[in-house]
Design a protein around this ligand. Structure first.
Ligand code: MSP
Length: 503
């Protein structure tokens, strides 16, 4: 079974901040989980490189927009690598596969009668590359999204006849409650549609950094949002590799931040309908990372640099924090204190301590060899055996923090189990000691595999310490339906503490 997952393509006019990292960390966790579940996963991310904002920024720096994109895209790729993001492809909208595919889609919608010519007169926010109408302003002509001033635009333009899809998209969303998640966002979108959809201006002629409108040599360039959304098609083969496209489209899930939900929940599916293609199966809009109650963003200048956090705390601590601290879908406030508290309590104290206790006991009592269990362990394994089902339910709904809470329940229970059984009180040749130590080794196998999607590097370290030869990536989650998989006789290796306490 295939599973196609996408994140938005990132603007490359500036460096990534912590808010940007969130979408890809969440998507990566889901992608890794699905791979362990046996799916043929295709995880796409990339960069959004056209538009007026790029053209202006490049002009300010005295370089060509392509140079700006080439310079900044490297920063994104570096960051994804440092964060262990396992995307299967990376699409840049300046690549020819995208340009060809976007051109083809434009033509397809045009031929189907979905595009006509007109004149645009209205407000435009260049940093957000968004059109706004008077009725959407709270104050003067301030962009409702980034709070910067909008500009008046008047130009000949091609229009996507989005208004003609009003009823169709409304029915589509109403009939499929799973299409837009979480539910509160779905209601918001339904209300917006009911207020009425207007045709969308999809070409710009006052600047040139974009894909030329295919049907008219004087038609300017395609509006950057209209063009960028098409990456989800061109990234999986549209217009270039039919077999790949047939295999993966429609996307199974598109994860985005709530600031760009309108584009994804209204414009995008209506474009697909106009082109005779299926909409994605699900769009999930997560909340924002804020600092002291304000959205982390360039316009507010309150960006947190993810590299600094990775340098100081490691990529896994950061990944864990982002998905554990705030329910996915809600906003969260970032502070370094909160991050340090999580690291000390959950990672150093609970998990790190458990791993080092178990590996230490194996070293001491069995010379670092997993013993043969002598008998079974009074049902302690039952809480482990039922976990895959529970976790699966939460993962399907993207309730990441609950998955982690459940895994940490196991960590706590295992720490308590050790305290209760007090293996240090048993004689070295007591067969029950072997049973306890075998049980404890199995608990680590479970925990390592369960945390792998969230903290791949830590899980790998645990796996290596357990001495299991087969790579953790090749383990199926089905191996969690069986207790007693780890082979007696396996040599364990006590390693460095996974998460040193932060003072
Ligand atoms: N280029 C468009 C997307 C086009 S997709 C066809 C774009 N890019 S972005 O770089 O501005 O944003 C990328 C992602 O980062 C989005 O999912 C956005 O919601 C997310 N975030 C940006 N700031 C954020 C926070 N402060 N908090 C959480 N996510 C935020 O939009």
């Amino acid at each position: 079974m295939k599973f196609y997952i996408t994140t938005p393509i990132y603007y490359v006019n500036d460096l990534p901040h912590l808010g940007h990292v969130y979408t890809n960390v969440a998507a990566d966790t889901l992608a890794r989980y699905k791979r362990l579940s046996g799916f043929d996963v295709f995880f796409l991310t990339g960069t959004d490189e056209h538009g007026q904002k790029m053209e202006r920024q490049a002009a300010k720096e005295g370089i060509r927009p392509q140079e700006l994109a080439d310079r900044v895209v490297v920063k994104f790729k570096e960051l994804w690598k440092r964060l262990d993001i396992s995307n299967d492809d990376f699409i840049r909208t300046t690549e020819s596969r995208h340009i060809q595919g976007a051109t083809k889609l434009f033509e397809k919608i045009y031929r189907g009668g979905g595009i006509n010519k007109g004149r645009y007169q209205g407000w435009y926010c260049t940093p957000c590359e968004s059109y706004w109408s008077e009725r959407e302003f709270d104050k003067d002509q301030e962009c409702p999204s980034c709070r910067r001033p909008c500009e008046w635009v008047e130009e000949e333009s091609y229009f996507f006849r989005m208004s003609t899809y009003q009823e169709k998209i409304l029915r589509y969303i109403e009939e499929d409650p799973a299409f837009i998640q979480p539910g509160s966002r779905r209601t918001e979108i339904l209300n917006l549609i009911k207020e009425g959809l207007r045709d969308l201006s999809i070409s710009r002629s006052s600047f040139s950094w974009g894909i030329p409108v295919p049907i008219d040599p004087k038609g300017g360039v395609i509006y950057v949002w209209f063009e960028a959304l098409i990456n989800y098609l061109t990234g999986c083969g549209f217009g270039a590799d039919d077999e790949r496209f047939e295999r993966y489209w429609p996307a199974d899930i598109q994860i985005i931040g709530k600031d760009i939900l309108r584009f994804h929940a209204i414009i995008w599916p209506t474009m697909l309908m106009a082109a005779g293609l299926s909409p994605p199966k699900k769009i999930f809009a997560h909340g924002w990372w804020m600092v002291k109650g304000r959205k982390m963003s360039k316009s507010l200048g309150n960006m947190v640099n993810p590299h600094q956090l990775i340098d100081e705390f490691g990529q896994d601590a950061l990944r864990y924090f982002l998905l554990r601290e705030v329910p996915f879908g809600l906003d969260g406030d970032f502070s370094k204190e909160a991050l340090i508290n999580r690291i000390n309590a959950d990672l150093a104290n609970d998990l790190g301590n458990l791993v080092s206790r178990i590996l230490g006991m194996l070293q001491l009592y069995t010379d670092s060899k997993i013993p043969h269990p002598r008998g079974s362990e009074d049902g302690f394994q039952d809480i482990f055996l039922k976990i895959p089902m529970e976790v699966n339910g939460f993962m399907e709904e993207l309730v990441f923090n609950q998955v982690l809470i459940r895994i940490w329940d196991l960590v706590h229970s295992t720490n308590e189990y050790i305290d209760q059984k007090a293996p240090w009180r048993l004689e070295r040749d007591d067969p029950y000691l072997s049973t306890i130590l075998y049980t404890l080794s199995e608990t680590l196998r479970y925990i390592a595999l369960l945390i792998f999607p969230f903290m791949p590097n830590t899980a790998r370290k645990m796996w290596d310490q357990l001495g299991i030869e087969e790579s953790i990536e090749n383990q199926g989650l089905t191996s969690l339906t069986r207790w007693g998989v780890i082979k007696p006789g396996t040599r364990t290796v006590r390693g460095e503490p996974l998460f040193p306490r932060i003072g």
